[in-house]
Design a protein around this ligand. Structure first.
Ligand code: GTP
Ligand code: MG
Ligand code: NA
Length: 343
């Protein structure tokens, strides 16, 4: 993890797009889980977080034979809902991330929340890659499970390739209408100016290695400064929820710094600032979704970046979307309470 004296934290990546474009399914494909089928109505209604350790990313991208020296400890992916009523959650997700995946359904092209997501990302100058998902829906598609996309394309007949190119062209035009230059990632000679597209299937995994490799390489190439670990705690509350056996808990994303069991924290609350002590720091197992109830790992301390469930007393009225502050030995609690309420 140490390279050239720099210590990098994990990359935070947000996945965004129109409802049912396949965001959660893509994450299921990488995790080897089945979160999407457990969702009410197949609709995501909360922000999620999943940690992918570097070794899993290395395994998943091996076939691309890239010189993918991973300098980051891993990748933290934030899942967001695509339903139109969750603009605030998309905004929260996009404000936390270093870079993003914008998912477009190849059978539908750009849709209202694709454009909304695109504009949220542009507003913050967040780099993103476009996953042109559901390629397996092209009529006659031959499955090449988890294959890099160029390899999978070589297995397809002429009609499939023609159909794919037609749809791709149409979607590139739709992006152009939004003022965005886009191109297939392996043809993109102008990265930075022209946004890259990776055709994917969340069902059979084609293009998923390409997607992961791009994320890690692009981040390591262009964001070393942003990804350099700093001690100062930067932490956002994602969700406030009651968990059987734990009481009211908060799910947070720790962007920088370190949290410890027993840390005194200040959080913005509906009825004023909440000052409490971290009772337990819990995470799901790597490659498992934070928002899905499961077995948790207990930690004495955790370093960024991570998605964490915190248990503590008095969290009932905590407000999602606000910052969590840690009280240091020299800190003035009254001043911190005030600044916590400014969120
Ligand atoms: P929201 O979170 O509710 O916005 O939806 P989402 O973008 O997370 O999409 P989700 O993962 O819920 O997938 C929606 C539907 O599309 C499900 O029935 C998936 O099985 C299906 N689906 C997703 N990706 C693919 C794909 O690559 N190929 C095919 N054939 N179906 C897919
Ligand atoms: Mg979803
Ligand atoms: Na869905």
């Amino acid at each position: 993890i140490e390279e050239g004296g720099e210590k990098l934290r994990s990359i935070i990546c947000c996945i965004m797009g129109h409802v049912d474009s396949g965001k959660t399914k893509l994450l299921d494909c990488i995790r080897g889980t089945n979160v999407q089928e457990g969702e009410a109505g197949g609709i995501t209604q909360q922000i999620g977080a999943t940690y992918f350790p570097a070794k899993n990313i290395r395994e998943r991208t091996r076939e691309l034979k890239a010189d993918a020296k991973l300098k980051v400890p891993g990748l933290l992916v934030i899942d967001t809902p695509g339903h139109e009523s969750f603009t605030n959650l998309r905004s929260r997700g996009s404000s936390l991330c270093d870079l993003a995946i914008l998912v477009v359904d190849i059978t539908h092209g750009l849709q209202p929340q694709t454009i909304e997501s695109l504009n949220l990302l542009r507003m913050r100058n967040t780099e993103f890659i476009i996953a042109l998902n559901k390629v397996d829906r092209l009529y006659g598609w031959k499955t090449c499970k988890n294959a890099p996309i160029v390899k999978a394309m070589k297995q397809q007949n002429k009609d499939v390739i023609n159909e794919c190119n037609l749809r791709l062209k149409k979607i590139i035009n739709e992006f152009q209408e939004q003022g965005l230059n886009t191109e297939l990632y392996y043809k993109n000679k102008d990265m930075g100016e022209t946004f890259s597209i990776v055709p994917t299937s969340a069902i059979s995994g084609e293009g998923v290695p390409d997607l992961l490799l791009w994320l890690v390489q692009w981040a390591q190439k262009t964001m070393v400064e942003k990804l350099t670990y700093v001690d100062e705690v930067q932490c956002t509350v994602l969700e406030v929820k009651v968990i059987e056996g734990h009481g009211t808990t908060i799910d947070v994303v720790l962007v920088n710094g370190e949290l410890h069991e027993g840390d005194q924290i200040v959080v913005c609350g509906l009825q004023g600032p909440i000052v409490t002590t971290i009772r337990a720091l819990l995470t799901p197992h790597p490659m498992k979704e934070l928002r899905v109830k499961g077995t948790y790992l207990h930690h004495k301390e955790i370093k960024a970046a991570q998605g964490i469930k915190i248990t503590a007393q008095g969290l009932e009225h905590a407000i999602a979307g606000t910052s969590l502050h840690v009280v240091g030995p020299d800190d003035d609690i009254e001043a911190m309470k005030e600044s916590a309420m400014e969120d």
